[in-house]
Structure formats: structure tokens, C-alpha cells
Design a protein around this ligand. Structure first.
Ligand code: KIV
Length: 271
């Protein structure tokens, strides 16, 4: 039997079953082949090719500038590194808000050109028609509520969303609408843990939290934040598992020192 046949691929059904079984879902962002390969082999359930690529890969202040073509490039690279986990790709700002036909065309480009398994879209009631149209063609959709970074200029701040009752009620309604529309999961970003708990308990599809507290069915972090590549961004919800910034700086400084001193390359490191 070939190795590939033994690999148990994670699908949208798998994550649904994980919720039913009470097994937490792990999700992390990735934007390139090499990291995707490491995360997949490490056993992650879902890789999100997030439009946070706009920030952490391209250095933009917001997620708004990244284009559909750029997301497709990142997703293609990630998919080439993955054997078993589910790959979800963000539809970027401006590629789906116009109308449901535009949304469908963007989702189809992602699926055809990248080999990704699902798309993610930010918003509730406003995008439900587009969500339904995409799902009707067989493309799985992950929703995203709470702090939706593509709307940062409407919010004006990255602080916790839905603390007030009116916004919390809308978020609960939106979550149910997205579930009815056929979403297979919903990201809940930066909302009070008690609200995330209520939403999670009201849905049969999984919720994936980022700053949504412990009651979500899964958690997602941006790889550059959890690996400590970024040093400036330290929100309360972040757990940093490595300090890669320090480790990489040290390694590169040792390399520079070895080059300058003539220690590198040595006799064994030449032909
Ligand atoms: O783009 C992204 O990385 C995201 C996560 C923050 C959920 O949408």
C-alpha cells in the first residue's frame, strides 16, 4: 500500500465530527510551502491561508491591500506542502462584497487555481446571499464574525467587539444565519468569552476562536505571532510558543561573524 493511502485527510466532515465528539480543533495560518509542510506534518487540523498575509508577509498595515491573485499565489504554495490537513483560503477584501456573482467567481478561482479545500469570508447577514451561492456550487465556506479586520476602517480600532448588547445580539443572529446558509464552521475573533460560549452552544457547526476564549470548538493563531517572529504584536489572547525573532537574529549574527572572521566555510564545507 502506498504511503498516501494511509494518510487520513481532514475534511469539513471531520471537523464537524470533532465538534460532536468534543475534540478541539487546531488551526494555524500559513502562507508558504515550507511552513505549511512543517505544520501539516506536526498534525495541525486546519491551515488557514489568511489575508493576514497582507500584514505579516507583505508588511501592510491592514489586510485590505492584498489581492485575489496574491492570495492565490500564497494558497498554491501552501497546498503544495500539505498531505493531510484541511486548507482554508481567505477571500480578500474587494473580491466578494460587490455581489454574489463576483463572490462566486472569486471562490471558483481559489478552488480551481490553488487546490485549496474551502474559502473563508468575513461578515454576517450582508454576505449571506453570496455564502449560499458559493455553497450551492459545492464549495465549503467558513464564516468569520466579531473583529473582522477587513472592516477595520468602519470599526476604527482593533479592540474587543460585541461587548454591547446590540452588537452581541447581531453577532448571535449572524452566526445562526451563516449556519443556516450552510457554513461548515465560523471563526469568532476578539469577542467576550461568555458570548463565544453562547454562540458555540447555539450552533451545531464548530466555532474557531481567536481571542474568543476557551469555549470555542477550536482555536486559531497567526503563525508569525505564536512563533514569535513578530515582536510588536502582543494582544492578551496570544500565547507565544517560540521566540523566533531572537533565535533567528542570533543565528544570522553568528553567520555574519563566521563569514567576517573567515571561519565559514571550513575545510569540510568546500569542494
Ligand atoms: O487572516 C487571518 O489570519 C485570519 C485569522 C486571524 C483568523 O483571518
Amino acid at each position: 500500500m502506498s504511503v498516501n493511502k494511509e494518510i487520513k485527510k481532514i475534511t469539513t466532515n471531520t471537523v464537524q465530527k470533532m465538534k460532536s465528539a468534543g475534540e478541539k480543533i487546531s488551526m494555524i495560518t500559513a502562507y508558504d510551502f515550507s511552513f505549511a509542510r512543517i505544520f501539516d506534518a506536526a498534525g495541525i487540523d486546519i491551515i488557514l491561508v489568511g489575508d493576514s498575509a497582507s500584514n505579516v508577509m507583505a508588511g501592510h498595515e491592514t489586510t485590505l491591500p492584498i489581492t485575489l491573485d496574491q492570495m492565490i499565489y500564497h494558497a498554491q504554495s501552501v497546498v503544495r506542502g500539505v498531505e493531510r490537513c484541511l486548507v482554508v483560503v481567505d477571500l480578500p477584501f474587494g473580491s466578494y462584497q460587490g455581489n454574489s456573482k463576483e463572490a462566486l467567481n472569486s471562490a471558483i478561482r481559489i478552488m480551481k487555481e490553488t487546490g485549496g479545500h474551502a474559502v473563508k469570508m468575513e461578515g454576517g447577514e450582508e454576505i449571506v446571499e453570496s455564502v449560499k451561492r458559493i455553497i450551492s456550487t459545492g464549495v465549503p465556506v467558513m464564516g468569520h464574525l466579531g473583529l473582522t479586520p477587513q472592516s477595520i476602517y468602519k470599526f476604527g480600532t482593533y479592540t474587543v467587539r460585541a461587548r454591547e448588547d446590540e452588537e452581541a445580539q447581531k453577532l448571535k443572529r449572524d452566526a445562526l444565519l451563516l449556519q443556516e446558509a450552510g457554513c461548515f464552521a465560523i471563526v469568532l475573533e476578539k469577542i467576550p468569552a461568555a458570548l463565544a460560549k453562547q454562540v458555540t452552544e447555539s450552533l451545531h457547526i464548530p466555532t474557531i476562536g481567536i481571542g474568543g476564549g476557551p469555549h470555542c470548538d477550536g482555536q486559531v493563531l497567526v503563525m508569525h505571532d505564536m512563533l514569535g517572529i513578530n515582536t510588536e504584536f502582543k494582544p492578551r489572547f496570544l500565547r507565544q510558543y517560540l521566540n523566533m525573532h531572537e533565535q533567528i537574529t542570533g543565528a544570522v549574527q553568528r553567520y555574519i561573524g563566521d563569514v567576517k572572521s573567515g571561519d565559514f566555510p571550513n575545510e569540510k564545507e568546500q569542494y
